[in-house]
Design a protein around this ligand. Structure first.
Ligand SMILES: [Zn+2]
Length: 366
């Protein structure tokens, strides 16, 4: 078990989810983890602090039940396990039928050597430039037979305090896959080695592997599963902000599909079917202690979730919510609010007072 996805369970393609209760049951551990991680990220003096607070206070925090349906609000951010799972389900829905028609599937990993924190923005830009040149060569050489899906990923090495930005790809055709690796090595003679690159046959299941995460949120620690150190995660999220995680080569999606997949936001206007007291209007609010959404009028739980031992261990290892101890929660959560009161947007505890170097504009609450 080497990643959070394994702990939180499989992501189903959206089209295969027929039982909304099962879908919400799967969302409970994701909300627990996402809320806890956001709380720890909120303690940093980061340009993303407003976004972290949105995840903490609002993402799937309240489920509004009316007209027999459940509707909620999502943050859409990469550090949120709830939103990442939704995005991954949509991506699988879209890309699985496309790659089924490809003539041979190959899974390729392209890397360069690890870099320091300060070098990471330059490394991301340089790899992007190199891959742009590689793409042009592949188009010239293979024409319409060049098809690929590329995913960016950045991992952090806590032993050496270094960052590893790399690409995973699913490519049509062995000849094309081998050409990509050969081109990458020829462009990267001084900062890549054969050992860092990987090429192997793929199948439809490789799509899940390709899409599962853009940065490992959880790693093995001294006491079991722990979050990757949050200052490192924050730096990765700052550097990757507004850069698409997935890029398509050699094929296009219909515009409406591409717009949904590439959007930074996730909307829930349609909602899902309610299954309890379907005639009633109810606000179910997420309760960390109950590990469920609770009707605070009656005390009833929505999903009746039972945590696995791994989730209990992870909750224990990653510690208490630091933000809760210094900032009271907004008193009125009956209706999800777009605006978080300004008092909640002030810095709370800064673990690293000088952690304010920005490479992007500070963003406000959407
Ligand atoms: Zn979210």
């Amino acid at each position: 078990m080497d990643n959070l996805q394994n702990i939180l369970g499989d992501v189903q393609p959206i089209t295969k989810i027929i039982d909304p209760q099962i879908s919400l049951l799967k969302r409970v551990p994701r909300r627990l983890i996402s809320r806890k991680l956001a709380a720890q990220l909120c303690t940093l003096d980061s340009p993303l602090k407003h976004a972290y607070r949105l995840t903490y206070y609002e993402c799937s925090e309240n489920i509004l039940q009316s007209d027999g349906r459940h509707r909620t609000k999502f943050c859409g951010y990469a550090w949120c396990s709830v939103c990442s799972a939704i995005r991954m389900g949509r991506n699988i829905d879209t890309y699985a039928p496309i790659i089924t028609d490809w003539n041979g599937l190959w899974f390729v990993t392209l890397t360069l050597r690890t870099v320091t924190r300060e070098q990471l923005p330059m490394r991301i830009a340089e790899m992007s430039r190199r891959f742009g040149n590689l793409n042009q060569t592949m188009v010239r050489r293979f024409g319409p037979d060049w098809k690929a899906i590329r995913k960016r990923e950045t991992s952090y090495n806590r032993v050496h305090d270094t960052y590893h930005h790399h690409y995973h790809l699913i490519i049509q055709g062995e000849e094309q896959a081998r050409a990509v690796v050969a081109l990458w090595l020829s462009m990267s003679q001084h900062d890549a080695g054969h050992l860092g690159q990987d090429i192997r046959p793929a199948d439809k299941g490789s799509l899940t592997e390709l899409l599962k995460y853009t940065s490992k949120l959880v790693v093995d620690g001294k006491n079991g599963k722990e979050f990757t150190p949050v200052p490192a995660l924050d730096w990765i999220f700052q550097c990757m902000r507004r850069k698409p995680a997935i890029t398509r080569y050699g094929f296009k999606l219909p515009k409406d599909v591409a717009d949904v997949l590439d959007s930074e936001t996730i909307t829930d206007t349609v909602g899902t079917m309610a299954w309890k007291h379907v005639e009633e209007t109810i606000t179910w609010k997420f309760d960390v202690d109950m590990m469920d959404w609770v009707n605070h009028v009656t005390g009833e739980c929505l999903t009746e979730y039972e945590p696995s031992p791994e989730i209990i261990e992870l909750q224990k290892n990653v510690g208490p919510d630091p933000i809760v101890s210094v900032v009271p929660e907004p008193s009125n959560h009956a209706v999800p609010s777009v605006l978080v009161p300004s008092m909640y947007l002030q810095p709370t505890v800064s673990l690293r007072p000088n952690f304010s170097q920005t490479i992007i504009d500070p963003m406000g609450v959407p």
